[in-house]
Design a protein around this ligand. Structure first.
Ligand code: TYM
Length: 337
């Protein structure tokens, strides 16, 4: 058993027909690496996805699709615990306790909530969206996670998790591990290929800026080749003056293992065209087998379901133990069987 290893936990939403390059480089890639050294729990957060009112059939299909993509990316159910959030009812149970510990103003200050609710308008903003980060707090604390591998956009939610863990521990006695964010500087934020000042996101305004891993590789190559750069010609990493080129260098470097300095040298005097053409090929070489592996997992739903059943069982064993401690600490009367 891996129980003497530090524990990591993370989650991804099944809200799109494909993961994008930001999800992969910012988070999932680290999940794959950490399963070798950590006691790792990874989940598809279908309850969080409900906050955007998905079509029920589509949500179910995308949950399976998310699991298939995680396996295709390299998660190994022998090395990590892979499960679906709603299969472990303790998440919503602990979330209630955390709701009662969170200030209204504190939740209202979450920037992701502010952005999303501003975009959607008050009428379409649910209490679920407001409480979204608090369910995430419960996700993390249930597993006594030491670290949470995510992209930069999740940092504030991890801060909230730390605050609530400390508040609970202070009020009721030591119960929860206070987790740290695990955010790699280089890939903390992958940018939109057309608008390199904003993060790559499934809700991108221009589809050309978003690299979905399951898109046709040819279409993806085209997107990379038409990435926005600048009017200069020098291939140099400089996030302030050359955000577009810097983003391409980050992607190139992470997918190949070549250092940024090495790449700057390699493309000296060659201009952006050569860089983009080569990167397009690198991305295509990455997504082509990824798509095939994802399809293979989708074609075998029995194996997928059995992986998820085992994952839920392992996750529940940990979650139930933590929840019963929390219930006891806050003074809920135990049910007698
Ligand atoms: P989600 O589904 O939006 O994104 C999954 C992961 O991808 C990262 N990411 C990025 N990283 C770098 N650059 C980008 N452009 C980029 N876009 C997305 C995200 O930071 C994330 O790590 N609230 C979470 C899901 C969640 C969770 C949890 C995470 C629910 N419970 C518990 C950790 C622990 C979310 O919406 O991720």
């Amino acid at each position: 058993m891996a129980s003497d290893r530090p524990r990591v936990l993370s989650g991804i939403q099944p809200t799109s027909g494909s993961f994008h390059l930001g999800n992969y480089l910012g988070a999932v890639r680290q999940w794959v690496a950490l399963q070798e050294s950590h006691d790792a729990f990874y989940m598809v957060v279908d309850l969080h996805a409900l906050t955007i009112h998905p079509d029920p059939k589509e949500l179910r299909a995308r949950t399976r699709l998310a699991v298939a993509q995680l396996l295709a990316a390299g998660l190994d159910p022998e090395r990590c615990t892979l499960f679906v959030q709603s299969h472990v009812p303790e998440h919503t149970q602990l979330a209630w306790i955390m709701n009662c510990l969170t200030g209204f103003g504190e939740a209202a200050r979450m920037t992701q909530f502010k952005d999303k609710s501003a975009k959607q308008g008050a009428d379409r903003t649910s209490v679920g969206l407001f409480a979204y980060p608090i369910l995430q707090v419960a996700d993390i604390l249930l597993y006594q996670a030491n670290e949470v591998p995510v992209g930069e956009d999740q940092r504030q939610h991890i801060e909230l998790t730390r605050d609530l863990a400390e508040r609970f521990n202070g009020r009721y006695g030591d119960t929860f591990t206070v987790p740290a964010p695990y955010i790699l500087k280089e890939t903390a934020k992958i940018y939109d290929l057309q608008e390199p000042s904003i993060k790559m996101s499934k809700s991108a305004s221009a589809p050309k800026g978003l690299v979905n891993l399951l898109d046709e590789p040819k279409a993806t190559a085209k997107k990379v080749k038409s990435a926005v750069t600048d009017t200069d010609t020098v291939v140099r990493y400089d996030l302030v003056d050359k955000p577009g080129v810097s983003n391409l260098l980050t992607i190139y470097s992470t997918l190949t293992g070549a250092g940024i300095g090495e790449l700057e040298q390699r493309y000296e005097g060659k201009g952006y065209g050569a860089l983009k053409t080569d990167l397009a090929e690198i991305v295509v070489d990455f997504v082509t087998p990824f798509r095939e592996r994802t399809q293979q997992y989708l074609d075998d739903p029995e194996t997928l379901d059995s992986i998820l059943a085992k994952g839920a069982e392992k996750a529940r064993a940990v979650a139930a133990e933590t929840l019963s401690q929390a219930y006891d600490k806050v003074g809920l009367l135990p049910a007698k069987h």
